[in-house]
Design a protein around this ligand. Structure first.
Ligand code: HEM
Ligand code: HEM
Ligand SMILES: [Fe+2]
Length: 444
């Protein structure tokens, strides 16, 4: 079944591609600055580039999640969105808030709280925007005859993500308290509610791509949701080790965060197992690659590389170094970037009516970006371990160490070029699909 209002998703995906491309540009600005080529320094110093790079990441992923919801919810609920016009209003206001924030950063209008740099005045606009989005999605579900587990998990994830944004908006004079609540947003997003969003999209894609019964797939989804909450909530403690709160968190954070990889392992097993079990072979192989890929790479990036520095005994050395950047890149890439690219690859042929899947360009996009990102992760990792050793073991000066490890950023830039070639191919493919058509979305 297809619904005309699913067309809205296309424009969210388009904005998503644009912001993704911009994010990569700021990554390069930082990479070059790291090897001494810092010509833009006066206008875009490293700290500005960093905030823009990470904020664009979060915004393009959220835009992708919203697009995914606008695509998936009508189909799961078996009805049109309650209002297409308001969905476009939401899209435009989202773009406006994003642009305002990013431009502001270049004029030093921001808060020095990593990942939550958006000034709190602007946060209110974010809230209005997200309320509008949730109103449309939950309203559609509310009016629907059918409410599937997949749709509920996806929208619960989106709703909780919105609620968890609020603790990050409260003003605290104490740095410790501020940091404590900052993690409610940053950690409980990526290691909690975003996992539900990922699980929901994954479940939808597996139902479509493998042909395995919904009942079977959704049973797994419950297990994943359970494992996520069991480990992720108290796992927040792995950010509380040395910030000045009660020492009980050393034990609680250590134990529960060590369990977090289980949820990602379950997702990887889930996807691979369903793929093998499935009898129907869907022609959209590219979407299948991204889907299975996301489940496996997220286990490596989030599960294994997260575990590598999550125990208090290791984190005391690695905290805030490039080891964190290594994990941050591969986890975000595997779990959230790849699942967004998966749903886009699946949705495009259906919205536009053009079946371009299985093209060489599409496969090249997948492999080049993945090999490039793996190389980047290794480069960050080697630089990070060297940094930990020199800075924290040999007690060398911070800046001297940064100088010593700059060679790894040459490698990083080479791998980033490979990565970017892959993403460029992906975006070219996106453009080639062209605009959505009403004919493509006629009810089957
Ligand atoms: C998809 C899921 C995940 C994503 C996107 C992700 C991403 C990130 C990012 C961006 C940071 C840096 C945050 C900051 O300093 O503000 C971080 C920190 C951290 N992550 Fe993850 N992560 C994920 C899952 C995990 C898991 C499952 C574990 C543990 C098993 C883990 C362990 C850690 C630890 C210990 C830190 C703190 C590093 C430090 O002290 O500097 N992460 N993560
Ligand atoms: C061509 C591509 C890219 C380059 C050259 C690049 C480079 C960088 C650099 C140099 C940093 C700062 C590390 C530091 O503090 O020294 C950074 C931070 C970060 N980047 Fe990228 N990046 C690229 C693409 C991406 C992509 C695609 C993602 C997500 C999927 C991503 C996610 C992040 C995150 C989460 C951080 C913050 C890490 C932390 O908190 O430690 N980057 N990037
Ligand atoms: Fe965390």
């Amino acid at each position: 079944m297809k619904y005309k209002s699913q067309k809205v998703a296309y424009w969210f995906f388009g904005l998503c591609m644009l912001l993704f491309a911009l994010q990569i540009i700021y990554g390069f600005i930082m990479g070059f600055a790291r090897i001494g080529m810092d010509g833009l320094h006066d206008f875009i110093p490293f700290n500005t580039a960093r905030a823009v790079h990470t904020n664009l990441l979060v915004v393009w992923l959220l835009t992708g999640f919203m697009g995914a919801a606008y695509y998936i919810i009508p189909e799961e609920a078996q009805r049109e969105l309650i209002s297409v016009k308001w969905a476009y209003v939401q899209l435009i206001s989202l773009a406006v808030v994003g642009v305002l924030a990013i431009v502001g950063y270049h004029f030093n209008i921001w808060e020095g709280r990593k990942f939550l740099e958006i000034p709190r005045e602007l946060d209110f606009l974010v809230v209005v925007n997200v309320l509008l989005f949730l109103g449309l999605i939950l309203g559609t579900l509310f009016k629907a005859e059918r409410r599937t587990t997949t749709a509920l998990v996806l929208s619960m994830g989106l709703l909780f993500a919105a609620l968890l944004y609020l603790p990050g908006m409260i003003w605290f004079d104490s740095q410790v308290t501020d940091s404590f609540f900052r993690w409610w947003v940053v950690h409980l997003w990526v290691e909690g509610v975003w996992e539900l969003i990922m699980g929901g999209i994954l479940s939808y894609l597996l139902i479509k791509l493998t042909g395995v019964d919904r009942e079977v797939i959704e049973k797994w989804l419950y297990v994943i949701v359970g494992l996520t909450f069991l480990s992720g909530l108290l796992g927040t403690g792995h950010h509380y080790y040395y910030i000045g709160v009660n020492k009980i968190w050393l034990i609680v954070g250590g134990i529960f965060s060590a369990l977090e990889p289980l949820a990602f392992l379950a997702m990887a097993l889930f996807a691979v197992y369903m793929y093998r079990k499935g009898e129907k072979s869907h022609p959209n192989k590219i979407a299948l690659f991204w889907t299975i890929g996301a489940s496996i790479v997220s286990f490596i990036g989030a599960g294994l590389l997260g575990f590598a520095h999550t125990l208090p005994q290791t984190n005391i050395y690695t905290h805030g170094t490039l080891v964190t950047a290594m994990h941050g890149h591969y986890a975000f890439w595997g779990a959230y970037a790849m699942i967004v690219l998966a749903i886009i690859s699946y949705a495009l042929p259906n919205i536009t009516g053009r079946k371009l899947y299985d093209s060489t360009r599409g496969h090249m996009a997948f492999w080049l970006s993945n090999i490039g990102m793996l190389g980047m992760t290794v480069a960050f990792g080697v630089a990070g371990v060297a940094q930990v050793y020199m800075e924290r073991k040999m007690k060398m000066d911070f800046m001297d160490v940064q100088n010593e490890i700059s060679i790894h950023f040459v490698v990083l830039l080479l791998c980033a070029t490979l990565f970017t070639t892959g993403i460029t191919l992906y975006i070219l493919e996106f453009i080639k699909y062209g605009k959505p058509t009403d004919e493509a979305l006629v009810k089957e």
